[in-house]
Design a protein around this ligand. Structure first.
Ligand code: C5P
Length: 223
């Protein structure tokens, strides 16, 4: 089964407070997005790579891609206003390739390692859906009306990272059902699969505390 890495890069980075979306900011001599593209392009378990962009950044990215000549980059897709709409653009693009896995990765996570990616692709040989996560290190509060409503046992909680990888047909089916639901909201694709295809077991592989999502300016200054 083919593994297609989808680099989600259509966000505006409004929380970051920069006019340039964080995935295009410089980080150690390359733009943030180049770090994960370089890894996917060089990793033997990845067959193809697609990037999902805000169309306003297409010219910028095409110039970058012309310079870098990633050999596995086969599609540059237009994303949507919400992250799930950017995923959906990829799901629709690959709809005619049923025998593939999509590995959806945040362009804003430049420190994905080859070993995490290997764990994901190894797990895909046995599982139809794979998530990367690390145990929560901070205690979590459930808050209601500005007060603590519950302090759940921390050992039960993991923090989600990316890539999140799925058999395309299953993810497409989950999105088909989600789009029929007027109350549909999503922050990640595991949430969509878990809600609309609860019959599918999502296998967890260990991520790394380094695999952070660039969210605040300080994140770009850390090693
Ligand atoms: O906004 P957030 O930091 O959670 O975004 C995670 C990733 O999803 C980023 O790489 C961002 O570019 C991407 N994204 C997207 N389309 C959106 C919103 C976010 O591709 N509409």
């Amino acid at each position: 089964m083919k593994n297609v890495a989808i680099v989600l890069a259509a966000g505006s980075g409004s929380r970051f407070g920069s006019p340039v979306p964080k995935q295009f900011l410089p980080l150690k001599g390359r733009e943030v997005i180049e770090h994960s593209l370089d890894l996917f392009d060089s990793h033997t378990a990845v067959d193809e790579v697609a990037v999902v962009l805000n169309p306003q950044w297409r010219d910028h990215f095409e110039a970058l891609a012309a310079r870098r000549r990633w050999t596995k980059l086969t599609a540059i897709l237009d994303g949507g206003a919400e992250r799930w709409q950017s995923t959906l653009a990829a799901v629709r693009h690959y709809a005619t390739h049923p025998d593939c896995n999509l590995l959806l990765h945040d362009a804003a996570r430049p420190w994905l390692s080859a070993s995490i990616l290997q764990r994901v692709t190894d797990a895909l040989l046995q599982h139809q859906a794979v998530a990367v996560a690390i145990p929560a290190t901070d205690t979590l509060f459930r808050v209601a009306h500005g007060c603590i409503a519950d302090v759940p046992p921390r050992a039960e909680f993991f923090c989600a990272q990316t890539p999140q990888a799925f058999r395309l047909d299953l993810l497409a089916d989950a999105y088909r059902l989600a789009l029929q639901d007027p109350s549909f909201v999503a922050t990640d694709d595991c949430g969509v699969l878990h809600r609309y295809r609860p019959d599918v077991h999502i296998h967890i592989v260990h991520g790394s505390p380094d695999n952070i999502k660039i969210t605040h300016p300080l994140d770009l200054t850390q090693e």
